[in-house]
Design a protein around this ligand. Sequence first.
Ligand code: SAM
Length: 241
Amino acid sequence: MDKNQYISTLLSTFENNGISDLVTAESAEKLYLFSNLLVETNKITNLTAITDEKGIILKHFVDCASISRYIPTNYRLIDVGCGAGFPSLPLAIIRPDIAVVSLDSTGKKIDFVNRAAANLKLDNITAVCARAEEFVTENREMFDVCTSRAVARLNILSELCLPLVKVGGLFIAMKSNKGAEEYAEAQNGITKLGATLKFSKEESFVLESDSIARETYVFKKGRPTPKEFPRKYAQILKKPL
Ligand code: SAM
């Protein structure tokens, strides 16, 4: 696709999925540049399994942008296990009001996110290479919202994410299926970590004959997380809360 075709496909896909309000001409152009950079870099470094342009529009951009509706203005966001920047990079592009930290334990992914942010001249995103359960030592309860997509089951993920969230803040877990099963398994642990389910939403997004299912779980933190959490990663894995 040339640039005009790409931007027209992107805008119509946002519109057909009922989220046209989340994209502007300026952000569509940045998403186009980001997509090119992702495809080019992916030829040398394995960053994503989704490499076709329409797949990137649907499975990365529409999917990640859709959670913007749950993030209040001027929030400070951390994205745990961002990989090549999902959902945080599309969110930083479409939401210049939010301040974003993209966190991942893999250096080459963080290098890519930093390079993309510089290329796109984004001044509201910083990428950090660290493990969530270690980064929290200096950054406990510092963020208004924590997002995470495709990182771990909810009973493990909640211990990595909730200690980073301020009291009154949100944890947004993006699940593709089995959200209800994971929530049932994680519910007691989430209570121990100081949060409760605010709402969950099931949706599907389409582009021509392709479609994806998305289950979003939004938790609200009502109390500080007890200091004993998070535990060491081996312990979290061995005995999830
Ligand atoms: N969120 C991205 C997405 O949806 O495309 C990437 C998902 S990828 C399957 C999972 C990522 O989580 C990997 O890049 C991995 O390095 C990162 N990760 C796993 N455990 C982590 C931890 N404890 N702290 C930070 N990053 C972690």
